[in-house]
Design a protein around this ligand. Structure first.
Ligand SMILES: Cc1cc2nc3c(=O)[nH]c(=O)nc-3n(C[C@H](O)[C@H](O)[C@H](O)COP(=O)(O)OP(=O)(O)OC[C@H]3O[C@@H](n4cnc5c(N)ncnc54)[C@H](O)[C@@H]3O)c2cc1C
Length: 434
């Protein structure tokens, strides 16, 4: 049992979490002039390895560069990452509907030369953030992890593992999809399991990837290959959970056969380089991301289906917008929990969050026909579905994708994919908040 040592300590801003959102948040809010303390969870002291990569769009890359985090990405092997890779540019995105037999890549973005986004390793991003924060005197790192968040007299009260109580003016909750802070405040969440598990792994490609991100919308879920240096690719393949279990439990050879059948021969022979990791997908939408003394950011505020590679990019926009709101309030001498800050943040985050949540959920439901409860699930969800068995909406969506590929909307979508369009903030332009 922990000893309770009141009185509580007052602090201007407390950040809950020590995932990617929390660490970038801490680094960015250091620029706002407010006093910041960051609290990890107990489980963060020995986190499980994260073999995922993240697609960082061009605006996100400018922001990380401006905060000194991009340059700090490790280039040398570490104990958690023995084979680091540099971020790889993505200068083209190619999308296809259905299996390889159904036809080619009907939607194509990017000019193939200027980067629209980059693929970076999650472990490398985390270690860059940790390194930068270690030398950041404007951010206090809590000596003891967070044990409990409660709501007392309309305010959040934090208690760390040593029993110390903390009373922040503003709690910035970056504590993930199941956010204890959001629950303590009683904020609503709309969610349902995607009915899919993502298989994540690194591949060696038989043919050059041409700095291109590839995605096939298959009946069981989307299959994405993101380019990595040395002609490798990061794979995220969303599948019905049983199918994902079966493939993950089988041999590398069986997996590669299934993968080739699903993706086709565009990139030559695909070889799996490491163990497959499984991520059950549970997208969520939080209709209101503020509450007196509380702001939600990152997956605590929205968890997206990974099909568009946008989840963390949305979190970067949260950080950039909040940094602007706080910097502006600081100049006016306002407290960190001033109602105008909360209102400003809420208003500036609603459009992008709602749009990307709807688009990712909609695309997944449109193309992943195995999610239709009344349709029989094919024995091999990645395999070719006969024309007659493909529901009308999937066929229409396929035609829509081809038409979109020929329309002017293509340029608009390409701009959105590069970031900084649906949300505007100084950091997304590569400038510090002020
Ligand atoms: C398979 C997959 C692929 C993806 N690919 C991409 C991609 O290509 N591009 C992209 O932009 N996004 C991608 N995403 C989304 C992206 O990974 C997430 O949006 C991002 O990792 C969220 O980070 P976070 O810090 O908000 O949440 P989390 O990573 O969940 O971190 C939450 C943190 O809060 C801590 N915590 C929990 N409870 C407490 C507590 N009580 N007190 C304090 N701390 C607490 C946790 O320990 C953790 O440190 C992908 C997601 C998946 C599943």
């Amino acid at each position: 049992m922990t000893a309770r040592t009141d009185p509580k300590k007052s602090v201007q801003i407390a950040i809950a979490g020590s995932g990617l959102t929390a660490l970038v948040m801490a680094r960015a809010l250091a620029e706002t002039g407010y006093q910041v303390i960051i609290f990890p969870a107990e489980s963060d002291l020995a986190p499980p390895p994260d073999s995922r990569t993240t697609t960082i769009n061009a605006a996100g890359q400018r922001m990380l560069d401006c905060l000194g985090l991009w340059q700090a990405l490790p280039k040398n092997p570490t104990s958690i990452n023995p084979t680091p890779i540099n971020p790889a540019p993505i200068s083209r995105i190619r999308l296809a509907e259905g299996s390889p037999q159904r036809g080619g890549w009907s939607l194509d973005f990017g000019d193939g030369s200027s980067p629209m986004a980059y693929t970076a390793e999650n472990s490398a991003l985390l270690s860059a953030c940790q390194q930068q924060l270690a030398g950041e005197s404007r951010v206090l790192q809590a000596a003891s992890p967070l044990a409990d968040i409660s709501w007392q007299a309309g305010r959040p009260v934090l208690r760390d593992r040593s029993g110390q109580g903390w009373l922040p003016d503003l709690l910035v909750a970056c504590d993930g999809r199941d956010s204890p802070a959001r629950r303590a405040a009683g904020l609503k969440i709309w969610d349902r399991p995607a009915g899919q598990t993502a298989l994540v792994g690194r591949l060696r490609l038989g043919l050059p990837h041409q700095d291109t991100a590839w995605q096939r919308f298959l009946p069981g879920g989307p299959l994405a290959l993101m380019p990595l240096p040395e002609n490798q690719a990061a794979m995220v393949w969303s599948l019905p959970p049983k199918e994902a279990e079966r493939l993950a439990a089988g041999s590398h050879q069986d997996f590669e056969t299934a993968l080739m059948e699903a993706f086709g021969g565009e990139l030559g022979q695909l070889r799996l380089l490491d163990r497959l990791a499984k991520w059950p997908l549970r997208p969520s939408f939080v209709p209101k991301r503020t509450h007196p003394h509380l702001i939600l950011a990152g997956d605590a505020a929205h968890a997206l289906h990974p099909l568009a590679g946008m989840g963390f990019n949305l979190a970067l926009s949260d950080v950039a917008v909040l940094a602007d709101c706080l910097a502006a309030a600081g100049r006016r001498g306002l407290a960190a929990d001033h109602a105008s800050i909360l209102a400003d943040y809420e208003q500036k985050r609603v459009v992008e969050t709602a749009a990307l949540s709807a688009v990712t959920e909609g695309l997944n439901r449109l193309f992943s026909t195995d999610l239709l409860p009344l349709l029989p699930v094919p024995a091999k969800p990645f395999a070719r579905a006969p024309m007659a068995a493909r529901p009308l909406r999937a066929r229409l969506a396929g035609i829509g994708m081809t038409l979109l590929g020929r329309s002017r909307m293509r340029t608009k979508l390409s701009d959105i994919a590069m970031g900084g369009v649906l949300a505007r903030a100084r950091l997304l332009e590569g400038k510090l908040p002020r």
